[in-house]
Write a protein that binds this ligand. Structure first.
Ligand code: DAV
Length: 425
């Protein structure tokens, strides 16, 4: 392999010729490559995709059983064509009355898309540098409406958070039902990758949960009211009265945490009891545990609330504590649940759906190493005290596109197999 070829590979996307060598050098630095350290060899016959990235760098094996085993292959989302979707029942309930997103929808400003993509690309390059294979989605046209015989909504959402859509359990990747109309077709962003994995890994199980109808019967109309207020919402959350009804199974993949043969699933806005029951019947060899966190007035996804770091240790959002009666399985099996550190910010960035608790939305690379958002100084400090090596990753300007470091990734391969971390159940 000549140096020349290395440079070509790393700079193969359409580059303005005039900027020449300096631009290439910048790209090389940016991507963590150096002229003296050739890029990993591209497999013979691998094609460049439409983003100019080379194809498979290593054999594809889909395998991931938990949130902490050494990560070797991951999908990192893109901010491309990110949209603020129009009003719809399940989404409305998540947007607080005083949010800057109330009443506006459409494609997000290009400069915010570019900035978010810069951060996501940097994150992908950092993971690659640490030996993790990174794949990226192929963005569909999110400006297109989502229309089925049962509903119509004027735009879609985006493909920044693969974690919301794809649930990897062992050799299976399961496309969640999703619970927002604007996210009904989101799996299409990942279909080229699913096809590729299916072609390359004879043991890969590509599954899709039954697509829900998402008629008005799926949502409680009272949740639409602007006058509800946080107190009432907290009371409803405690009573497990959420925006979604029990009309049909609904779940987002980001409501599920994987602990080997146990799956812990949040019952909330985006996942209903029938969705949890569907997961239970779908994974008959697993034990599936429903949890809920009454302190959260907008319970959407478990990954800014409950964060396992390694066997025996979980961070819990101190404003959304796991109720006492649901702690037994953890206590009986020597799992420690500690309060997460406070977020470093008082408010989320502009046009963001998520709360400031994306501070604890971390990506564990192995039981001793964790990626934490670089501005979250308290969370980094706590990880350090808990004995983790902290890898700071700048991502805050991408939060608005669908979340933090856990959200914007989906596991393809972690070392290890299915273990029982709860022998005393
Ligand atoms: O706290 O707003 C964000 C989770 C995104 N997957 C929150 C939850």
């Amino acid at each position: 392999r000549s140096k020349c070829q290395t440079v070509w590979m790393a700079s193969s996307c359409a580059c303005p010729k005039s900027k020449g060598a300096r631009w290439r050098q910048k790209i090389l630095r940016h991507a963590g490559f150096s002229l003296f350290q050739p890029a990993p060899a591209r497999q013979k016959g691998a094609k460049l995709d439409r983003y100019g990235k080379a194809g498979p760098l290593q054999k594809t094996v889909v395998n991931s059983w938990n949130e902490w085993d050494p990560l070797k292959h991951v999908i990192v989302g893109r901010a491309d064509d990110g949209h603020i979707p129009p009003q719809e029942p399940a989404l409305d309930a998540k947007v607080p009355e005083d949010s800057d997103m109330r009443g506006q929808w459409g494609r997000r400003p290009q400069e915010t898309i570019d900035r978010a993509n810069e951060l996501l690309d940097n994150f992908a390059a950092l993971l690659e540098k640490r030996g993790v294979r990174v794949d990226r989605p192929t963005c569909i046209d999110h400006a297109k409406p989502a229309t089925t015989p049962d509903f119509h909504t004027d735009s879609q959402f985006g493909c920044m958070p693969p974690r919301d859509v794809l649930l990897t359990v062992g050799s299976e990747i399961l496309e969640a039902t999703m619970s927002y109309r604007c996210r009904w077709f989101e799996y299409l962003n990942y279909r080229p990758l699913m096809q590729q994995y299916w072609n390359e890994d004879p043991k890969f199980r590509h599954e899709a949960a039954p697509k829900p109808r998402l008629t008005d019967a799926d949502y409680h109309p009272d949740y639409l009211s602007d006058k509800i207020g946080v107190e009432k919402r907290l009371q409803w959350a405690a009573e497990k009265f959420f925006v979604t009804t029990e009309e049909e199974p609904l779940f987002d993949a980001a409501d599920v945490l994987r602990f080997g043969r146990d799956l812990v699933v949040q019952h909330g806005f985006t996942t209903n009891l029938k969705g949890i029951e569907w997961i239970r019947r779908h994974f008959p060899d697993h034990r599936v545990h429903a949890v809920n966190f009454p302190g959260d007035p907008y319970p959407i996804h478990i990954d800014a609330t409950f964060t396992p770091l390694r066997p025996g240790l979980i961070l819990n959002n101190p404003q959304r504590r796991l109720p006492e009666d649901q702690r037994k399985m953890f206590h009986d099996n020597d799992w420690e649940i500690v309060d997460a550190a406070q977020p470093a910010h008082n408010s989320p960035p502009p046009l963001c759906y998520s709360s400031t608790w994306l501070s604890m939305n971390v990506l564990v690379l192995d039981p001793k190493t964790v990626c934490v958002e670089a501005s979250e100084v308290y969370q980094m400090e706590q990880m350090d005290k808990l004995g983790m090596e902290v890898v700071p990753v700048e991502l805050r300007d991408a939060y608005a596109f669908g979340g933090g470091l856990h959200c914007c990734t989906a596991d393809v391969f972690r070392e290890g197999s299915c273990e029982d971390f709860f022998p005393n159940l």
